[in-house]
Design a protein around this ligand. Structure first.
Ligand SMILES: Cc1ncc(COP(=O)(O)O)c(C=O)c1O
Length: 419
């Protein structure tokens, strides 16, 4: 042992790296120093500090999950399915995931070899990246991106390389993407339908990405947790359903959004045998497994019929329309989402009127003066200044909550009304 690093005091107690006063001198992780705590989840705490405010920041429903799914989990607990499940997921859930992946995503997955059940899509993403990344690798991500992807890349040891999705339709420049691929590129993260923009990647875009993955020997890691929340005529397409991509895609999903069960923490990753073996190792040592009885509930959820998904899409279409048309009447300029349950707004006008410097100030202004918590756009960009005039609203709320939000938004009418 190195004397300077490891000391015993006269009572034989380990002193480690503490000096006499007990304060630590060592550096903590250089990686975690590079990011902050989640702003999205922080805005939920800010909403709680403003009683009466409506939390349209963090994406979780304020309505009940389907009764039958809750009942299935209760039954599992009563049947004493209360000990560790098989590390990579109970057989019933993996079979249900495989059946659903074939039916809805046109992905052939062997429940024994290609599926790992994780603690939410969050762990699915982290375990997947840790399973494929070596130090120095690069990961391409589209920005604005779901906040977790930045820390996910860093914690897995990769450097993120961002490609901008641009308004009005959040499309990307094919040339810019092609140029971003280089010998260090290991993976590209796709999120469709997309949080925060509501973009649904179309077939032409996904085929182009697939071509680049093949040409450059790159893995597509695709987060599809909003796959059933689509508006108008938009369709969900999984890149892993292209035969040439089957072995080089990791498809991540969870029950959080589709079944309004964000607190259950059950998700999964579908990948080739070879990639799955590595994901399972990471997952095993990271979490051992997702909650056993809730996996039984999740298996039941995945067996729900088509009517459930039709109801879900219709419910969210109404919710989107309520919030979108309410925002159109204000000085916040909303972009209409094609999928997922968020609306991004361009806020230059309102910010100028109130001399707000950036989107974080704007979010605080809105929760304090209007009574609505939102997420500052800066938290979705590698360079916060790219999102300084943007904020995100979520609308996974019951109609009463959204009507209340609609009435609060009347406090920020379009400037023309009072100019
Ligand atoms: C794109 C995206 N991926 C993953 C998650 C988290 O998923 P889970 O609850 O399954 O961990 C979220 C939550 O908002 C999300 O928006």
């Amino acid at each position: 042992m190195h004397g300077s690093l490891c000391n015993l005091n006269s009572n034989g107690l380990f002193l480690g790296l503490f000096n006499n006063s007990g304060s630590m001198k060592m550096d903590l992780s250089k990686i975690t120093e590079q990011f902050t705590e989640s702003i999205i989840r922080d805005m939920t705490r800010v909403a709680l500090q403003h009683p009466g405010s409506i939390n349209l920041a963090q994406g979780f429903p304020d309505f009940s999950a389907p009764e039958s799914i809750k009942q299935a989990a209760i039954e599992a607990i009563k049947k004493d399915i209360n000990q560790y499940a098989i590390t990579w997921g109970t057989a019933s859930l993996r079979e249900a995931i495989a059946a659903k992946a074939l039916r809805y995503n046109h992905i052939k997955a062997d429940p024994h070899k290609n599926i790992t059940v994780t603690c939410g899509a969050t762990e699915g993403m982290m375990a997947s990246l840790k399973a494929i990344i070596n130090p120095g690798d690069e990961i391409i991500i589209f920005e604005p991106f779901y906040e977790n992807y930045g820390p996910d890349c860093l914690l897995s040891g990769a450097t993120p390389r961002c490609i901008r999705l641009r308004t009005p339709d959040w499309s990307f420049d094919f040339n810019e993407l092609e140029k971003a691929f280089n010998p260090k590129t290991k993976a590209i993260v796709i999120n469709t339908p997309n949080n925060p923009t509501g973009k649904v990647f179309n077939e032409e875009e996904l085929r182009f990405i697939a071509e680049l993955c093949l040409k450059n020997d790159v893995i597509a890691v695709t987060d599809e947790i909003y796959e059933h929340i689509l508006y108008d005529d938009h369709l969900h397409l999984s890149i892993a359903s292209f035969p040439e991509m089957a072995d080089r895609s990791i498809t991540i999903n969870s029950i959080s959004k589709t079944y309004s069960l964000t607190g259950w923490r059950v998700g999964w990753a579908i990948a080739s045998d070879r990639i799955t073996r590595e994901i399972r190792k990471v997952h095993d040592f990271l979490t051992v497994g997702a909650a056993a009885p809730l996996q039984e509930g999740a298996a039941f959820a995945l067996s729900l019929g088509e009517e459930y998904y039709q109801w879900l899409a219709e419910f969210y279409r109404n919710a989107r329309d309520t919030l979108y048309y309410a925002l159109l009447e204000t000085d916040l300029h909303p972009s209409k989402p094609a999928g997922a349950y968020y609306i991004m707004c361009e806020c230059t006008d309102l910010m100028q009127q109130h001399q707000l410097q950036n989107s974080l100030e704007l979010s605080y202004f809105l929760v304090k003066n209007i009574g609505i918590a939102t997420v500052p756009g800066s938290s979705f960009y590698s360079n916060p200044s790219y999102g300084q005039f943007l904020i995100r609203f979520c609308f996974c709320k019951n109609p009463e909550t959204l009507q209340k939000a609609q009435s609060y938004l009347l406090k920020i009418p379009k400037s023309t009304r009072y100019r």
